[in-house]
Design a protein around this ligand. Sequence first.
Ligand code: HEM
Length: 424
Amino acid sequence: MNIFPPSDQRLYPFEFYAEMRRLNPVAYDDHHNLWGVFRYSDIQNILGDYVTFSSAPQKLDSWSTEKNQNADTAYRFQRQNLVQSDPPYHRTLRGVIASAFTPTIIAKLEPHIEEIAHEMLNKLIQKGSMDLIEDLAYPLPVTIIAELLGVPIEDRDLFRGWADKILPSTPAERYRTDDEHGTSKNIAQVINEMNSYFSNIVEKRTQNPREDLITNLIQARADGRSLYKDEILTFCTLLLLAGHVTTVNLIGNTILSLLQNPREFRLLQGDRTLIPSTIEETLRYRSPAQAVGRTVTKDTELGGQKLQSGQRIIAWLGSANHDESVFTDPERFDITRFKSFHHPAHIGFCNGIHFCLGAPLARLEGQVVLRIILQRLQDLRLDIDSQDQKSKRQDLIPVQSFFLHGVTHLPLQFQRGPIKDGRN
Ligand code: HEM
């Protein structure tokens, strides 16, 4: 059974998810050798039990026997990767970096993020049109994470090229099946390129420490030791990629959802205190990360199905966030849903020990961009030729990754807002 939304429903996978939750909440996909899990409660069970559902990559037997160097590079990268590790190693790695991402530390970045967003908008405001993704949603988070790490933002095309190559666009790429070796080779090439790029910067920071995350990583102590160089390089790669590939979609998905729900958009324009809850509702409704992967470590039962040790799982966060047994009227984009404290939590940032480390930063970036768009732009609308809503849906192109959710371009038209506080 297919556990992936059909390719023509990538931007609107909600009906597919609803049917899976109803009829096949834990389903086996023979073609990809994967379990797909769709209900909120089953996914929460997975995320809460890292012993049975491991994040660590499983080394395939063929890798060592064939001494496939590329596969080994990919495996080594994954094994030292925070997001693909289990306790106790996960605790060690997370402890090194967690203090740099607390909400209090991140909140201090707000004026700087605002300044950058204003500068980006200053360049566009005269034109009356922009591609939200190219002009704002992508450059803003990549600039911030590059600054935090201490790498030159002029290299951002390089970062984008790496992200495009390394992020799996098909399940086969992520869960090596028929193209195992071709994929390992491509990924190994990118990892080697990134490693030599960061290696250079790590050398420089070791000689001349600065106030940035790379210097923090060099100076950090974990379990009484410094991090190994490989671990530092893997961290740099993870933070650079995780720091921008999802936030771009949070910003794009927020504006897209508001434009498709004009009543909610008007509500927000009249009440800016709804900005944080609008961002939370986007994280639920159009979750930028739709899925996480895990591996079963011992025979177990889930949702009435028997899972065997060694089998792999895709937990569809995007489906859990639309689960009707948890969220009232889940197919409605409702920006007041998360206004009070009395609501079930969405799991757009995952849950459990791997809860997204960058959540405070992603939330802040999303809120700042939305606030500035509301302040400075008026009469915002989609700039596509289509005459009716139905074909508008077809004109938007989904991002090429099976676990990310967003659009590649979001062309907008707008009027310049009135001048306030010396701006516009
Ligand atoms: C809207 C934006 C974002 C979304 C939706 C998102 C989503 C996620 C999800 C679902 C996970 C869990 C993966 C798993 O369990 O397999 C995760 C982990 C992680 N995220 Fe994010 N993320 C976002 C932004 C960021 C940013 C801005 C950063 C960095 C600055 C970041 C850094 C990380 C890291 C380091 C982890 C690994 C945490 C761990 O394994 O303990 N993320 N994120």
